[in-house]
Ligand binder design. Structure first.
Ligand code: AMP
Ligand code: ZN
Length: 470
């Protein structure tokens, strides 16, 4: 039995798919105007684990992850000014918004691959779905859930009686602070809690589309309603995102979608906790972000970040430090070194497989699952049994443990200059036939942790003692 915490009901529930044949997951994807940061990736690794656990339980999964390339407006701090960050970046770089979006979408997909996040079934782009968004807005206008003020269309929150059911921010409870989350420039709204479905374009705006309401561009929330409904249907199984999306983004998605279709939108809402730096949310606006390329510059394997995320439950907040990441890298390397000896998988260890399944099926308890992995590899079972179970678990972990040999080799440190210098000196001595002195240098090199071998063609092979063991 797979149990999952549902933000909507505030309970851990038994997972029951709508359709026995497959499970539909929608994940709010990245806004592509800069490199996606590791806070975002913590959330996407969480969704990947959810998907892998469903697959481990023999479900077929359809996973949709959108690419936000328009409409996610950002408020410039302490001002009323709203900007579209994709357009802002395009202006800064003298490029078109679609060139910016393309560049960072490509980088995002490459980083997902480095983190071994399974590719989504479809990565729909917001700008490819303007027609679908307009259709929903038309229905909402027709049903009286929306109103048009001079080319800008707002959702009338008061008309949707279940508003607030996800976040608890019901209209009655919403104080002025919450209302301020809305765009304060929108002074023409009936109620400050109403939100924009379609916005009238300013005269010189880069990205705009024709619509029955006039030339404009979509609000941020409507894209996720349009794309999830298009690919997964009016009602689907699971919607995921980070905790900051609960309100207003996901709350507004529910209002628009259920208002338009008259049916329940997503059945389970899964939200991941923040990744923090010095106990503050990692975010571009705070300038405290790290990216996968930062790890690579430091010689750290992106999969060590994947490992690190397993050490804290996905719903809890997690503070990021490089010290913790280095610790995760050491642990992962150690696990790989152990996995190296496992090359003949036979019947697995039923006891550990049962416990592992119980942990992952208990609202994706990865810290527990990871501790079971370590117990397994340190147990007295034969290596062939450990191999079978470990490689099976790796279908969920996604740490590529079966490729340990190759990955450890790649990670091997370059030969230090000091060793290279000694090897050269020794070659010189051998050329002069001063073998005794050459041997002394070989011993010195060995003491420093390296073995050298002389090949027939005169080339000296240098290996660290650690890598020779493998
Ligand atoms: P954005 O590109 O800002 O729309 O964010 C993409 C995804 O990353 C959303 O699901 C956010 O909730 C999530 N996210 C943003 N910042 C963090 C963070 N510091 N920790 C965890 N998830 C985050
Ligand atoms: Zn979304």
């Amino acid at each position: 039995m797979f149990r999952l915490y549902n933000t909507l009901t505030r309970k851990t529930e038994e997972f029951k798919p709508i359709n026995p044949d497959h499970v539909g997951i929608y994940t709010c994807g990245p806004t592509v105007y800069r490199e996606v940061h590791i806070g975002n990736f913590r959330t996407y690794i969480g969704a990947d684990i959810l998907r892998r656990v469903l697959m481990y339980n023999d479900y077929r999964v359809i996973h949709i992850k959108n690419i936000t390339d328009v409409g996610h407006m950002r408020r410039i701090e302490e001002t009323d000014v709203q900007i579209d960050p994709v357009i802002e970046e395009a202006l800064r770089e003298g490029k078109t918004p679609s060139q910016i979006a393309e560049r960072f979408t490509k980088l995002f997909l490459e980083d997902e691959k480095k983190l071994n996040i399974l590719p989504a079934t479809v990565y729909p782009k917001a700008t490819d779905h303007i027609k679908e968004m307009i259709e929903i807005i038309k229905i909402l206008l027709k049903k009286g859930y929306a109103y048009d003020v001079d080319g800008t269309v707002y959702f009338d929150v008061k008309k949707f009686k279940n508003y607030g059911k996800l976040s608890g921010n019901t209209l009655g409870k919403m104080d002025n602070l919450l209302k301020a989350v809305r765009i304060s420039l929108e002074t023409d709204k009936k109620d400050s809690a109403d939100f924009a479905l379609w916005k009238k374009a300013e005269n010189d705006r880069f990205m705009k589309w024709d619509s029955p309401f006039g030339e404009g561009f979509p609000g941020w929330h409507i894209e996720c309603s349009a794309m999830s409904i298009k690919y997964l249907g009016d009602t689907f199984d699971i919607h995921t995102g980070g905790e900051d999306l609960i309100f207003p983004h996901n709350e507004d998605e529910i209002a628009q979608s259920e208002g338009a279709t008259g049916r329940k939108f997503a059945k389970y809402w899964v939200h991941g906790g923040y990744l923090l730096v010095d106990n503050e949310k990692m975010s571009r606006s705070k300038g405290n972000v790290y990216t996968i390329s930062d790890f690579e510059k430091k010689g750290l394997d992106p999969l060590s970040f994947r490992y690190l995320t397993f050490t804290v439950h996905y719903r809890a907040r997690m503070n990021f430090t490089f010290k913790a990441l280095e610790g995760a890298q050491t642990a992962l390397n150690h696990l790989r070194e152990i996995a190296l000896g496992f090359d003949n998988p036979k019947i697995g260890c039923a006891e550990y497989e049962e416990r592992f399944l119980k942990a992952i099926n208990d609202d994706l308890d990865m810290p527990k699952a990871l501790s079971i992995v370590w117990e397994l590899v340190k147990s007295d079972y034969p290596d062939s049994a450990k191999a079978q179970s470990l490689f099976k678990f790796d279908k969920v972990l996604g740490l590529e443990l079966e490729r340990s040999k190759e990955l450890l080799k790649k990670k091997e440190d370059p030969i230090p200059d000091e060793i290279l210098k000694l090897v050269k000196e020794r070659e010189e001595l051998r050329r002069k036939k001063r073998y005794h002195l050459a041997d002394q240098i070989r011993h010195r090199i060995k003491k420093l942790g390296y073995e050298i071998g002389d090949k027939k063609d005169g080339i000296t092979e240098i290996k660290s003692v650690k890598s020779q063991k493998s």
